[in-house]
Design a protein around this ligand. Structure first.
Ligand code: 5RP
Length: 229
């Protein structure tokens, strides 16, 4: 499992070119990208500026010697590299397993190119069949959002950490939403969730990924492009 993540993460880091502004995603697969970028900075003199999508990523990138900047300081990112919890044939995704969906979507939206790195287990036919959909909510609105999501056919569960409600880097809560038969129309579901007052962001990422890197346990990785790219 982690061999496939390592293969995907390192392969994506090799796609980065000197001078680029790079969105740095969140999670265990991205860790291998950060590690490889750190190596390339040290060994090849690769010059990049990274925008981290989570406090955890910021800390790790700093430790690995990756120069960082913020979205306040630059207009666009050349490329973002991030993991996913599920990705389908149209490159629609569920993200947010690590709770960083809001910043991840902001950084991906501000990028000219988004590269997603996964092991083969994350590639699915129908989103929501192997992973519940994270939805970030303003804490005061949790109960009303919960009821609205049930009307859309989902079963929300408040994410917790050590007996208390989990809080994102932005101070919000997460509802992990189970859809018994998966999500048959992800773009429509994203719009429906975004329309609920109190929803800060959903973990549905539609029409953002352009390149998919699938790592394998033997250390190889396949690179696929989105249809029409
Ligand atoms: C965090 C995310 C991650 O990209 C996703 O959870 C994948 O993580 P990992 O690479 O550890 O499997 O969306 O919010």
């Amino acid at each position: 499992m982690s061999a496939s993540k390592k293969a995907a993460g390192r392969r994506a880091a090799d796609l980065v070119e000197t001078g680029q502004k790079v969105g740095l995603g969140t999670g265990s697969t991205v860790f291998f990208t950060l590690e490889r970028l750190g190596e390339r900075i040290r060994d090849e003199g690769l010059e990049i500026a990274g925008v981290p999508t989570a406090v955890d990523t910021e800390t790790k990138a700093g430790e690995l010697g990756i120069p960082l900047t913020t979205l306040d300081e630059i207009e666009r990112l050349d490329v973002t590299i991030d993991g996913a919890d599920e990705i389908d044939g149209a490159f629609a995704m569920i993200k947010g397993g690590g709770g960083a969906l809001l910043r991840e979507k902001g950084v991906a939206s501000g990028s000219d190119h988004v590269v997603i790195i996964v092991g083969p287990d994350k590639v699915v036919e129908t989103l929501g069949t192997t992973f519940d959909l994270p939805v970030e909510v303003a804490p005061f609105a949790r109960a009303t959002v919960d009821r609205a999501i049930r009307r859309l056919g989902g079963q929300p569960r408040l994410r917790d950490r050590e007996g208390a409600a989990y809080r994102t880097d932005n101070g919000n809560e997460i509802l992990d939403v189970h859809f018994a038969a998966g999500i048959d129309d992800p773009p429509a579901m994203e719009l429906a969730l975004d329309a609920i007052p109190g929803v800060v962001e959903s973990g549905l990422f539609i029409d953002l990924a352009r390149t998919l890197v699938i790592g394998h346990d033997d250390g190889t990785a396949d690179v696929r492009s989105a249809a029409g790219s």
